[in-house]
Design a binder for this molecule. Structure first.
Ligand SMILES: Nc1ncnc2c1ncn2[C@@H]1O[C@H](COP(=O)(O)OP(=O)(O)OP(=O)(O)O)[C@@H](O)[C@H]1O
Length: 390
């Protein structure tokens, strides 16, 4: 398929002795990306899903999804394994045909009851984790792969330009096995952007990279994608990655869209307890309602507007738990502390809680383990949901 495809293999392959040695292959090289502003601009497109469903035999992988992605917008699909993220991308790419609903690019139906546009005619670029670079093609030939509409000379020039943007122009005649995982990812990115797709679909593009490399590759990839102005949908299961990259995050569960909004929307006002759990570690504490107030072992709180019914689940984010002098707040005992550099993780026993309360502290107060302490909760770090089984 002439759409752009890529990979993120991690393992650094053994170098072929006959291949020319690249310069400084390895993680250090990642810093040397190409000059900003040279990626080439695409004409961004609006991508619309209208009531789209898709099943594999008995599994409803995508269930009545309606979503509008604006031109040049970055949307991250986020959710647990098996929730339908990849299927939604495949439907947009034309690699799967929906059972029902319509998909439109710039208001033109590309999948639906009346029309099906094949993948190579959608102007959609793909960068899927499990699509390898072609091992038998040189780097420049890999990048030229999606440039089928150009003459060979033009395709070669465009491919070199895209490689230049990711800082790998001088690797053009090498073969994929001679490159590190991070470099291969950059080639995959060059291959994805070279045809200037109006929509770029990326499935876990950084998941194969180790964490330090991943931050660098992700930040630079984001810069390249912003320059191209393509409309991007990026699949990830990592909330932090979604928050770093996305204009809007789409949280999925069991094939459905659970919540769509900015990182701040999803963090500060998660739609339910599961959505909240997805974004941060939470202390979930038992609660009762007395005289309109929510009473918990860690204090009394005003009932938040979101709460309906009589019974609530109260969650406290660890950064909102503060140690104080004994006698202030509710009584507790420090059970453990782990130093993590900028913060310390504290475990605090509080009467009425089965599990120790987890705190993330920047204070570093020199309180010995076993000490009696006071525990104060920042009400801004408290979330409440109607109590039900999760
Ligand atoms: N080709 C297939 N045949 C049968 N079932 C499939 C197929 N592809 C996906 N599924 C099922 O459809 C559901 C959604 O899968 P999908 O790959 O879209 O989820 P995902 O959110 O991308 O998961 P992951 O994060 O693990 O990649 C899952 O239950 C999966 O097992």
């Amino acid at each position: 398929m002439p759409a752009t495809i890529g990979d993120t293999k991690t393992t650094k392959p053994a170098r072929d002795a006959s291949a020319p040695a690249p310069r400084d292959v390895g993680p250090r090289d990642v810093a040397r990306w190409g000059r900003r502003g040279t990626a080439g601009t695409a004409i961004a497109a609006r991508l619309s899903f209208v009531d789209v469903s898709h099943s594999y035999e008995t599994v409803a992988a995508v269930d009545r999804v309606t979503l509008e992605v604006e031109p040049a917008e970055f949307v991250c699909l986020l959710g647990p394994s098996g929730c339908g993220k990849t299927t939604l991308l495949k439907l947009a790419a034309g690699l799967e045909v929906p059972n029902s609903g319509r998909i439109l690019i710039n208001e033109q139906e590309v999948s639906g009851p009346h029309r099906f546009v094949p993948p190579e005619r959608r102007g959609v670029g793909l960068m899927f984790q499990d699509f390898a670079l072609f091992p038998h093609l040189s780097i420049v030939r890999n990048v030229m792969f999606g440039l089928t509409t150009l003459s060979r000379a033009d395709a070669h020039r465009e491919a070199l330009k895209a490689l230049g943007r990711v800082g790998l122009e001088s690797y053009a005649e090498l073969y994929p096995h001679a490159l590190s995982g991070g470099e291969q990812q950059r080639v995959a990115l060059a291959r994805a952007i070279a045809p200037r797709p109006s929509v770029l679909l990326m499935d876990e593009p950084f998941s194969g990279l180790d964490s330090r490399l991943r931050d660098e590759v992700r930040d630079e990839t984001l810069a390249v994608l912003r320059e191209t102005r393509a409309t991007c949908i990026i699949v990830t299961h990592d909330p932090e990655e979604a928050m770093r990259m996305a204009d809007r995050i789409v949280l999925m569960r069991s094939g459905q869209l659970v919540q769509v909004g900015t990182a701040s929307d999803l963090y500060h006002a998660p739609v339910d307890l599961q959505a909240a759990r997805f974004f941060t570690e939470l202390n979930e504490v038992p609660a009762e309602i007395e005289h309109g107030e929510v009473v918990t072992p860690v204090g009394r709180f005003s009932r938040q507007g979101v709460v309906g019914g009589e019974s609530v689940t109260v969650c406290v984010r660890p950064h909102g738990v503060r140690l104080a002098e004994p006698g202030i707040g509710v009584p507790g005992r420090l059970l453990g502390r782990r130093f993590l550099g900028e913060v310390e993780l504290l475990d605090i026993a509080v009467e009425g809680l089965e599990q120790p309360l987890k705190a993330r502290s920047r204070d570093m107060a020199p309180v010995p383990i076993g000490s009696e302490v006071g525990v104060v909760i920042d009400e801004a770090a408290v979330l409440m949901f109607p109590a039900r089984e999760y």
